[in-house]
Design a protein around this ligand. Structure first.
Ligand SMILES: O=C(O)c1cc(=O)[nH]c(=O)n1[C@@H]1O[C@H](COP(=O)(O)O)[C@@H](O)[C@H]1O
Length: 224
């Protein structure tokens, strides 16, 4: 892929998402639509965004019993997104059924440990070990379950990629040097994430909240 940036259009407003995508489309490789967007606009909204002609990453982070996740993915089949997320913590059977339910051309990627969590957060939800160990444990589970790849932070991507060279690695929580970090906790620069082996980067606010989103996207793309 020539441009590995997926811009996260985190808004419930279809018109705003459309306008933002139009502004930055020359400097991104795809569009990520998440929960906010999907709750407000559903499948018709995704279809409308797909008309822009950029690949769609549908980030719904599905996490439920295997039957429910598989049926939810079947309900999304007609959208045939390029990428779809589920939570690795749903376990092996859920991951296997998610992959089986997805269209052949859709990459199913498993979220390992949210980039908004650090070691203290993991302890508070009963996870032993640090984020690095947890990401590697769930990367092994994802690989063995037959999904296409994982979502992890740039801090772990090199180790996860070394462990699974053929995996597809999605890295969110990237920030240009001196960028505003906000609610993210495990953050690296876009360049560091690519050097670590990221297949694609998810970039939201550093582009969408910039005074000039097109220039922000172009400047990030230039660092890759
Ligand atoms: O699956 C994701 O895309 C994701 C996983 C994760 O661990 N952390 C994470 O931030 N994301 C998403 O990546 C985007 C990051 O947005 P910014 O922090 O604004 O760049 C958001 O749309 C999040 O939902």
């Amino acid at each position: 892929m020539s441009n590995r940036i997926y811009v996260a259009l985190d808004t419930p407003d279809l018109a705003k998402a459309h306008a933002m995508a139009g502004k930055v489309r020359r400097h991104v490789g795809g569009i990520k639509l998440g929960l906010e967007f999907f709750m407000a606009n559903g499948r018709p909204g995704v279809r409308e965004m797909a008309e822009l002609g950029l690949p769609i990453f549908l980030d719904l982070k599905l996490h439920d019993i295997p039957n429910t996740v598989a049926k939810a993915i079947m309900a999304l089949r007609e959208l045939a997104p390029a990428i779809l997320t589920v939570h690795a913590a749903g376990g092996r059977a859920m991951l296997e059924d998610a992959k089986a339910a997805a269209p052949a051309g859709t990459k199913v990627v498993a979220v390992t440990t949210l980039t908004s969590l650090d070691g203290t957060d993991l302890k508070s939800i009963g996870c032993m070990g640090d984020p690095h160990e947890q990401v590697l444990r769930l990367t092994e589970l994802a690989r063995d379950s037959g999904v296409d790849g994982v979502v992890c932070s740039g801090e772990e991507v090199a180790a996860a990629h070394k462990f699974w060279p053929k995996g597809f690695f999605v890295v969110p929580g990237v920030r240009p040097a001196n960028g505003v970090i906000g609610d993210q906790k495990r953050v690296v620069t876009p360049r560091a994430a690519i050097d670590g082996g990221a297949s694609i980067l998810v970039v939201g606010r550093p582009i969408t909240q910039a005074e000039d989103p097109d220039t922000a996207a172009r400047e990030i793309a230039a660092t890759l």
